[in-house]
Design a protein around this ligand. Structure first.
Ligand code: N01
Length: 552
């Protein structure tokens, strides 16, 4: 990182990232509250995760009518075509909102933030970028997203492969034509599961390399009718409000009871119904699926039975059966025809569980001494989730400490919103919040509202520096860990635990108390005058005030 030679551009707030969060922050802080904001965005346009994840089959897994802003004008105007919209439609929606809110004039595109340092004299963040441009602001808000930094394993010999290698999280803008090609997909999380059926339809041959078999349920995606859209539009405020009190920030199927209380025949019938109609509702059939091993095994076995009914080749079905983790403790995937794809004659499955990928060669991938030849390789290998984007920026807080050091044993945060030692820094949907377990749009709206209210409070009180206290942060971190310890989540080697990235500390990164309870906790902090935050005036401002006092 080289320091800019030009004068810094000064603002009230600098925001990193122009996805859903960054755009809403511009609208709220600039248009509604009058702050001077500047957004720095690595991409050439708005959209964040939906700008980069253009792989075939990419779509959201919460209903689009609610995976969207609650702005009344916008929600009345926009018509969603499907229950779960595909990436192009979501990006169209994002562009529609960007135009409506005229956000682009506050954004520097093609600008990667390389470092941010807190100046303790003046209580401002000094933000350096990969361009010859420095920015300064009292507040720095990370709207960097939880799944924005691709995790790209480095297999031996990768550079020798002569064909293209595409990561699902950095898909080429013009798309990729696999017609007539032999294609490999490595990874069977949500991105693999969404893209594999479509790549299989286009490619001459598709080979899927699977390390861990994943639980996935049918999305039951379908076009929305005009009548359905009208009913939602008429009831939007009530439905959105009701969703804020739920566990995941979205209205959905309710559990029918606990494993012990429900007749197994009834439970199986309900699972069947949900399998056909509700997508994620399958995992919510019993209310103890995520805390009781027997309840979990009951639901897990239901899905395994489905796999064996769908997949015709018994050996392939066996490989696709997930046995490595309890259902729901890794993100449950939603698919359209995933298991059915393995009945195609041009698709094969290679397990790399016992015999990992040895190396890439000029012409393909070598496993167990055997070379599989390909024209193109797709890495559906996931993300350095939750903390990855922030840890790639050289962030220096009070006393010169770096964020990477502060998080060397796992991300620590107060409420998922602020970090001790890093004054005037806020994280939208940060670690320790429930965001990754919720309809993230609901979480984003909540955080943007909470942060905006807090900035208004600080402005009214004339405070120039706020910092989460060590005690409040330690209590919150302990609460997040305690909640996780009562569940089955820690049993999975998931990105929720940071396990998917070599060397990343194993810490459960999300609050499991539910979105409704979390909102209450945040509201209580605001209503009680923000306990857990230490407020101060900058050294310079204090000196100026003292001079004023003496002169008076
Ligand atoms: O990533 P993942 P993703 N060698 O981490 C495998 C959201 N999302 O991009 O399980 C071989 O889930 C890895 O194997 P294993 C959603 O929240 C949402 O699919 O670690 N294999 C796994 O199979 C999701 O949870 C949608 O053993 C390697 C796969 O790659 C999150 O994004 C769509 C490997 C990675 O799966 C991440 O999903 C897409 C290696 N070295 C994503 N490294 C929606 O529907 C990794 N793998 C909205």
């Amino acid at each position: 990182m080289s320091k800019s030679t030009t004068e810094p551009s000064r603002h009230d707030v600098v925001i990193i990232g122009a996805g859903f969060s960054g755009m809403l922050l511009i609208h709220r802080l600039r248009d509604e509250l009058g702050y001077d904001v500047k957004v720095l965005e690595r991409g050439e346009d708005v959209g964040g995760t939906w700008f980069w994840n253009r792989y075939p089959g990419a779509r959201c897994d919460f209903e689009s009518e609610f995976y969207s802003y609650s702005d009344e004008e916008i929600q009345q105007e926009w018509d969603w075509s499907e229950r779960y919209a595909a990436q192009p439609e979501i990006l169209d929606y994002i562009n529609f909102v960007a135009d409506r809110w005229d956000v682009r004039r506050s954004i520097e595109f093609d600008t990667t933030v390389t470092s941010a340092a807190f100046d303790e004299e003046r209580d401002v963040w000094i933000v350096e970028t990969d361009r010859d441009a420095t920015f300064e602001a009292r507040y720095l808000i990370a709207a960097t997203g939880n799944l924005s930094v691709p995790s790209e394993p480095s297999f031996p010999g990768m550079e020798t492969f002569t064909g293209p290698i595409h990561h699902t999280g950095r898909w080429p803008k013009g798309g990729v034509d696999f017609s007539g090609q032999r294609v490999a997909v490595i990874g069977t999380g949500s991105s693999g599961i969404q893209s594999i059926p479509l790549i299989a339809e286009q490619a001459a041959e598709l080979t899927v390399f699977q390390r861990t078999a994943t639980f996935t349920v049918p999305a039951a995606n379908r076009p929305l009718t005009e009548r359905e859209r009208q009913v939602t539009k008429q009831n939007y405020p009530v439905l959105r409000e009701a969703a804020t009190h739920t566990r995941a920030g979205i209205l959905g199927e309710q559990p029918i009871g606990s494993f012990a209380d429900v007749d197994p025949v009834l439970a199986r019938g309900e699972l069947e119904r949900r399998w056909r109609t509700t997508g994620l509702g399958v995992a919510a059939t019993l209310n103890d699926t995520l805390v009781s091993e027997v309840a979990n095994e009951f639901v897990s076995q239901f899905v395994r039975d489905k796999i064996n009914q769908i997949v015709k080749d018994p050996a392939t079905a066996k490989l696709l059966e997930p046995h490595d983790y309890p259902i729901g403790t890794k993100r449950l995937a939603l698919d359209t025809g995933y298991y059915e794809t393995f009945n195609r004659s041009n698709v094969s499955l290679v397990s790399i569980r016992e015999t990992p990928i040895e190396r890439f060669s000029r012409h393909g991938i070598v496993v167990d001494g055997h070379e599989h030849e390909f024209d193109a390789i797709v890495l559906a290998t996931g993300f350095d989730a939750v903390t990855g984007a922030l840890e790639r920026i050289d962030i220096t807080g009070r006393g010169g400490q770096s964020l990477t050091d502060a998080w060397s044993e796992g991300a620590r945060s107060y409420l998922g919103l602020a970090v001790h030692g890093f004054p005037n820094l806020f994280t939208v949907t940060g670690p320790g919040s429930p965001a990754v377990l919720t309809n993230v749009l609901a979480s984003i709206e909540h955080h943007v509202e909470w942060i905006s209210d807090y900035l208004e409070h600080l402005r009214r009180e004339g405070v120039s520096r706020t910092e989460a206290t060590a005690e409040a942060q330690a209590d919150w971190v302990a609460r997040v860990a305690e909640l996780a310890s009562h569940t089955l989540y820690p049993k999975a080697a998931s990105w929720y635990m940071g396990v998917n990235v070599p060397g990343k500390p194993r810490v459960f990164l999300a609050y499991l108390g539910g979105f409704g309870h979390y909102r209450t906790a945040c509201s209580e902090v605001a209503a009680s005058g923000y306990p857990g935050f230490a407020h101060a005036h900058s050294v310079r401002e204090s000196a100026a005030r003292e001079t004023e006092r003496v002169n008076a």
